[in-house]
Design a binder for this molecule. Structure first.
Ligand code: PEP
Length: 255
């Protein structure tokens, strides 16, 4: 089955709500409407920007999607500083990043917590972008495929087969994030194909063929073509290059 590619820009902790509006306008107006028939483009701003992005997208009927970079495992209550699924759904979010390596590393997020967040997203009608990826030492030891497929299966624990196609998986080798060291297209394909094979083994080929598997890690307009040219790479999760409107629009147009 044909999968619609997704290019998602993870802004991380950058841009205030005014800068967010300027960037979204630049990206949206650089991409012709007909383009969105074949590719989905999403921005993933900090929480504080989402309302402004929603207002702009709704007001100007932009075809861009948007989402958040994290979600609480809880629905509501005494969880100071957290933002829940119902709050993100109310803001019109389509996507939420779950298990980004920066959250796993700096906030101690385990596979178990990531799994709870995946479920919280789905319960609220949001598509989780479940990030998996190995550190350099794991790759050098040759254990990268097993590492990523284990993170994947743990992250999806307890889901029903009919929920799986709402999940987007992002293969993000940790050594490639923000370093300028992009994986080769063959490296990306190897792990993205293994992710799809692991999904097929657990949920069946038909479902696995519907799931979008992205690559993330130092993606730019100069390397996106080779990456999305791979049969199992269905787009990209883009960090640094998504903060430049011209560059993000350019690389989106090449997907
Ligand atoms: C990311 O943080 O998800 C990412 C892929 O970052 P960058 O593109 O900057 O490597």
């Amino acid at each position: 089955m044909a999968r619609t590619p997704l290019i998602a820009g993870n802004w991380k902790m950058n841009l205030n709500h005014l800068e967010a509006i300027a960037l979204v306008q630049k990206v949206a107006f650089a991409l012709p409407e007909k383009y969105f028939a074949k590719v989905e483009v999403a921005v993933l701003p900090p929480f504080t920007d989402i309302r402004s992005v929603q207002t702009l997208v709704d007001g100007d009927k932009l075809l861009l999607k948007y989402g958040a970079q994290d979600i609480s495992q809880h629905e509501s209550g005494a969880y100071t500083g957290e933002v829940s699924g119902p709050m993100l759904a109310k803001l019109g979010c389509t996507y939420v990043v779950v298990g980004h390596s920066e959250r796993r590393e700096y906030h101690g997020e385990t596979d178990e917590l990531v799994n709870k967040k995946v479920r919280a997203a789905l319960k609220n009608g949001l598509s989780p972008i479940l990030c998996v990826g190995e550190q350099l030492d794991v790759r050098e030891a040759g254990n990268h495929v097993e590492h990523c497929t284990t993170q994947l299966i743990n992250g999806l624990k307890g889901l029903k087969a009919d929920q799986i196609n709402q999940v987007v998986v992002a293969y993000e080798p940790v050594w490639a994030i923000g370093t300028g060291k992009v994986a080769t297209a063959a490296d990306a394909q190897e792990v993205c194909a293994a992710i799809r094979a692991a999904l097929a083994e657990k949920y069946g080929k038909e479902i696995a063929d519907e799931v979008r598997v992205l690559y993330g890690g130092s993606v730019k307009s100069s390397n996106i073509g080779d990456l999305v040219g791979q049969p199992d790479v269905d787009g990209a999760l883009v960090g640094g290059a998504s903060l430049n409107g011209d560059e993000f629009a350019k690389l989106s147009a090449m997907a």
